[in-house]
Write a protein that binds this ligand. Structure first.
Ligand SMILES: CC(C)(COP(=O)(O)OP(=O)(O)OC[C@H]1O[C@@H](n2cnc3c(N)ncnc32)[C@H](O)[C@@H]1OP(=O)(O)O)[C@@H](O)C(=O)NCCC(=O)NCCS
Length: 290
């Protein structure tokens, strides 16, 4: 069906229900919650449970929409950093090529005069921690950004797995007894270490507002690697998540520094061996200011 997609106009409060509908109609991202009205309201307000500090740095937050016969065909959010004057395309909801290109062009012109323009640089209230664009699931947005002169960088590997009480990857009682669970730094997060709190192997896990489990951090000291400790502490973490009621777990592996001391090849292999599957790669983008 041909759409009238040439018009972009500022978002109005009366668009709210259509905006929620637009966001909910997009293909779901595995491991991410269905978008709620509260999440949309938070995004419009310029707040985010994750990366909230980045959002607090923004000024001149604007939302633009493409109307389509009483509905919305797409929407984009832009803002400017108070700290360094960089322009940000924060999120973009549309999958039709023409609508996406129209919105990227509108975002770039709304950010005219900014020193540098960035896209999908940090998480939003619309998901649980996607600090980048999932490029395989949102290919049209990815291509439109590249065609408009944005360079993309592969920042994160996003993985998920189901969790069930009968999962063979969960630690047994003896293994659980060899580790200590303590509260993490964030609410609803836990730190699991070898018994006695020794830090040679540690996993930090959390429960997201949706009830999904997250593996926030995993580390084994150099001297103790290659002997199964990473796998063991992860299996204790996953069992703890199941005991908290989680039926799936997600994690993000930083992927921006391969072949350095932050190379994550071992971690990626471990997570895959533990049943996590790659959902997507998350890219962030930048282009010189215009
Ligand atoms: C990732 C890490 C925790 C692994 O700890 P570990 O105790 O050495 O891992 P394990 O001995 O339990 O290995 C379990 C599995 O992981 C994989 N693995 C571990 N080290 C690997 C390596 N160097 N290369 C390839 N695969 C590796 C293997 O599949 C292995 O199973 P196998 O021994 O049956 O082949 C450890 O290398 C580390 O702390 N790295 C730095 C921190 C980090 O990258 N954290 C993840 C951030 S997202």
């Amino acid at each position: 069906m041909a759409m009238q997609t040439s018009t972009v106009r500022p978002y109005a409060e009366s668009d709210f229900a259509q905006l929620v509908e637009l966001l909910r109609q997009r293909a779901p991202i595995p491991g991410q919650p269905r978008v709620s009205s509260e999440m949309v309201q938070a995004a419009l307000n310029g707040t985010s449970p994750i990366d909230g500090g980045w959002w607090a740095e923004l000024t001149n937050l604007r939302h633009l929409v493409v109307p389509d016969n009483g509905n919305l065909a797409g929407a984009v959010a832009v803002g400017t950093s108070k700290a360094d004057g960089a322009g940000y395309l924060l999120w973009l909801a549309a999958d039709d090529n023409e609508v996406v290109e129209t919105l990227v062009d509108a975002a770039v012109s709304a950010l005219e005069g900014t020193s540098v323009q960035r896209a999908f640089s940090f998480a939003t209230a619309l998901d649980e921690g996607l600090e980048g664009l999932p490029v395989r699931l949102r290919p049209v947005v990815h291509q439109a950004l590249l065609s408009r002169g944005f360079a993309g960088e592969d920042m994160w590997v996003y993985m998920r797995r189901d969790l069930t009480a009968t999962d063979s990857m969960l630690a047994d009682d003896d293994l659980v007894a060899a580790f200590t669970v303590s509260d993490g730094e964030d609410p609803q997060s836990w730190r699991i270490t070898a018994d006695g709190g020794a830090d040679e192997g540690v996993v930090v896990i959390g429960l997201l507002p949706s009830g999904t489990g997250i593996v926030e951090w995993l580390h084994v000291d150099d001297a103790h690697r290659g002997r199964g400790l990473g796998k063991a502490v992860l299996s204790v973490g996953l069992r703890h998540l199941v005991s908290l009621g989680a039926t799936e777990a997600i994690l993000y592996v930083d992927h921006d520094a391969p072949e350095t001391e932050r190379d994550r090849a071992a971690a990626l292999a471990l997570y895959e061996a533990a049943g996590f599957e790659v959902v997507d790669h998350l890219h962030s983008y930048e282009r010189p200011g215009s």
